[in-house]
Design a protein around this ligand. Structure first.
Ligand SMILES: NC(=O)c1ccc[n+]([C@@H]2O[C@H](COP(=O)([O-])OP(=O)(O)OC[C@H]3O[C@@H](n4cnc5c(N)ncnc54)[C@H](O)[C@@H]3O)[C@@H](O)[C@H]2O)c1
Length: 299
């Protein structure tokens, strides 16, 4: 079955290049009306350019419909204005891909607090700003598909990216609660952890790998996750044609008798506490307490 985005209105942040551009082009090719947001700054977030306008021109040249937006995701008012313009022209907003991002890599020892805050502000607060700006509209429409962009750094860590990793795992956390709050309104929220050869990673990949990791290879997962039949609350990794899922799990653990509720008791039972056989994937925070209650009841 063909997945179509006909008559859907999509906002893609940071769509002036890299992954965002690839998402925007394919959404438009499949019939979506696309807001191409990009501040057009350098990789570290400094400066401005007309990157978004160029992508709009590409979409229009291919027969699609798009509008550019040069607002910064860090400015909530600008995101509200962006959503208002999309609604004015196209009557709604159905899809939001929070993709805008910057890097200020340094080991934590050398990282200035300002560089920590800036990166968290763009990725985490920026995604919250855009999501907040579309949230009421999606609830009123009883339709919304939102994709957050995490990263292997957030999920698993990476030397030199403490700021980026904190923001990225924060986005996976944001996904989980918005999934719960949006469910009743047919708003589905997922996270993607891409691997792609873009300007963000150009100094990491050798030339051959850079080609294999073309952003176009991430597009299928991103578009499926914002399609009508999308799942919700998933974390999906994608790169170079490989696709996988990541989960936040919980081991069955142990209930310790009072006499063993000591640091020494934890040490003695460490293997059972961390044994992954029979682990679960909780769908809400409440499931942690439920699992504990079950243990208390002897279950
Ligand atoms: N490339 C990878 O391997 C990889 C891996 C994991 C996660 N990611 C994430 O994917 C997303 C896209 O990255 P990319 O690799 O395409 O890099 P990219 O640098 O090409 O794209 C990021 C875009 O965001 C824009 N942007 C930055 N700050 C903005 C702001 N305040 N407001 C609006 N736009 C802003 C930039 O101008 C840029 O066009 C990012 O969130 C990145 O962290 C990428």
């Amino acid at each position: 079955m063909t997945i179509s985005f006909k008559d859907r209105v999509a906002i893609v942040t940071g769509a002036g290049g890299g992954l965002g551009r690839a998402y925007a082009l394919e959404l438009a090719r499949r019939g979506a009306k696309v807001v191409v947001n990009d501040l057009g700054g350098a990789r570290d977030g400094t400066g401005h350019s007309d990157a978004a306008l160029k992508v709009v021109a590409e979409i229009e040249a291919a027969g699609g419909e798009a509008m550019s937006n040069g607002g910064s995701v860090t400015e909530y008012e600008q995101m509200v204005e962006m959503v208002a313009k999309a609604k004015e022209r196209w009557g709604g907003v159905h899809i939001l891909i929070n993709n805008a991002g910057v890097l200020r890599d340094k080991s934590f020892a050398k990282m200035e607090p300002a560089d920590f805050r800036f990166v968290v502000d763009v990725h985490l607060n920026g995604s919250a700003n855009c999501t907040k700006a579309v949230w009421d509209t999606m609830r009123e429409q009883a339709y919304g598909r939102i994709l957050m962009t995490a990263s292997s750094t957030g999920l698993y860590g990476n030397f030199g990216q403490a700021n980026y990793g904190a923001a990225k795992l924060g986005l996976a956390g944001l996904t989980k609660t918005l999934n719960l709050e949006g469910a009743k309104y047919n708003v589905r929220v997922n996270t993607i952890a891409p691997v792609a050869g873009t300007r963000m990673t150009e100094d990491l990949f050798p030339p051959e790998a850079f080609k294999a990791f073309a952003p176009e290879n991430v597009v299928p997962a991103a578009l499926y996750l914002v399609s009508e039949d999308a799942p919700s609350n998933m974390i999906i990794g994608a790169g170079a044609g490989a696709f996988h899922a990541a989960y936040v799990t919980m081991t069955p653990g142990v209930l310790l008798p009072e006499s063993e509720r000591t640091p020494e008791g934890i040490a003695a039972h460490w293997a059972e506490i961390t044994d992954r056989s029979g682990e679960i994937v909780p769908q809400s925070g409440g499931e942690q307490s439920m699992a504990i209650l079950k243990l208390l009841q002897g279950g």
